[in-house]
Design a protein around this ligand. Structure first.
Ligand code: AMP
Length: 214
């Protein structure tokens, strides 16, 4: 059974690739960003606290993230794509412990790479559908459009402004890049060039997963 960690800087294409992987390989997709945004939209006290953290571009505390995640992992028998988790070395260690407890293991770690100068333009042009979650890249000066797939309203994430993105990139360098070192010698770490069309990136990811499954 495949259990995949999908890594990459903000805007690398983790969400887009996860959707494709989920469909082709029949996996269960866990995006910790989506889990947190769902909690925010419930309007709970916890949600308000989380919004304060995310909207500044900071990471939510490890302990909270890990306990939220464990409940979700326990709820599925399918192979899993971990999208946006782990984002710290402490989370990577906690994930290993949790997987052992649940008799599972991480079978592939895929890092989608992207040149630094691409990140800001990708993120500031990003729009997401409120209804179905589809991601688009639009001309930032153009008026809001509607989703081609379902007609839903497109919105810009509160943490997708140029200023927030700069901070998120710093956080990524400080907190998340060490996770790459954590996995690099594990024998399951692979890099894929994210500076290509989504279909080209997906072709590379599929190759990695199909080879890993042999
Ligand atoms: P994403 O949708 O993956 O870009 O995540 C959006 C935001 O959610 C991040 O900038 C963090 O504030 C928060 N977040 C998502 N995943 C994690 C995680 N594993 N640990 C801590 N914070 C997270």
């Amino acid at each position: 059974m495949m259990n995949i960690v999908l890594m990459g800087c903000p805007g690398a294409g983790k969400g887009t690739q996860s959707a494709k992987m989920q469909e082709k390989f029949h996996l269960y997709h866990i995006s910790t960003g989506d889990v947190l945004r769902a909690e925010i939209s419930k309007g709970t006290e916890l949600g308000k606290e989380i919004a304060g953290i995310i909207n500044k571009g900071n990471l939510v505390p490890d302990s909270l993230m890990i306990s939220m995640l464990e409940n979700i992992v326990k709820g599925t028998d399918k192979g899993i794509i971990f999208d946006g988790f782990p984002r710290t070395v402490a989370q990577a260690q906690a994930l290993d412990d949790m997987m052992k407890r649940l008799n599972r293991k991480i079978t592939q770690v895929i890092m989608i790479t992207l040149p630094e100068e691409e990140i800001i333009s990708r993120i500031t042009s990003r729009r997401q559908c409120k209804k179905c979650g589809e991601i688009y890249h639009v001309d930032p000066s153009a008026p809001m459009q509607t989703c081609k797939a379902c007609g839903g309203e497109l919105y810009t994430r509160a943490d997708d402004t140029a200023e927030r993105v700069k901070h998120r990139i710093e956080v990524y360098h400080q907190e998340t890049l060490p996770v790459k070192d954590y996995y690099q010698n594990s024998g399951v770490y692979k890099e894929v060039d994210g500076h290509q069309t989504p279909d080209q990136v997906f072709a590379e990811i599929s190759k990695v997963l199909e080879e890993g499954a042999k």
